[in-house]
Design a protein around this ligand. Structure first.
Ligand SMILES: [Cu+2]
Length: 157
């Protein structure tokens, strides 16, 4: 089959094709040679090992200094472990979050806490709660039929 393509159209097809090749080459170079990856997912943990691997086998809030805490959170269908945390005002919380099943999110409205809980990865984020009050903890990634019930609470007093 011989299709008669106008010369100008041929030129633009080649330019478009060349751009795709260049862009893919740049992405490949950055990903493979420069080691770029999504932020906050440096640590990995196989989903099937979450319940038997420290610290995620004992999720919870642990004081690690003056007004400083480490919150080890397992997000699973359809709850957060722990889903109720109480801290003094001004506390800095180092979140570390993972999931043994599907992708979840940990979002605390009114703060910058917006964490992806991805199976196989441990996502970390640090936040200082300067205002007292009750903060809602929500899953913001649709994760199944019980998604709307997946919530928790941080009380800052
Ligand atoms: Cu969820």
């Amino acid at each position: 089959m011989n299709i008669d393509i106008p010369r100008l159209e041929k030129i633009w097809l080649w330019i478009g094709g060349a751009m795709i090749v260049v862009f893919l080459a740049i992405i490949g170079f950055m990903g493979l040679s420069m080691g770029l990856h999504p932020p906050g997912q440096m640590r990995t943990l196989a989903p099937e090992l979450v319940d038997t691997t420290a610290p995620f086998n004992t999720p919870g809030l642990v004081p690690i200094g003056t007004n400083e805490y480490r919150a080890t959170v397992v997000s699973r269908i359809w709850t957060f472990q722990p889903n109720n945390m109480t801290i003094p005002v001004g506390s800095t919380v180092h979140f570390e979050v993972t999931s043994p099943d599907v992708v979840h999110g940990l979002y605390i409205p009114g703060t910058n806490v917006n964490i992806m809980a991805v199976p196989g990865h441990i996502t970390e984020y640090t936040y200082t709660f300067k205002k007292p009050g009750e903060y809602l903890v929500l899953c913001h990634e649709y994760c199944g039929t019980g998604h709307q019930n997946m919530m928790g609470k941080v009380t800052v007093q």
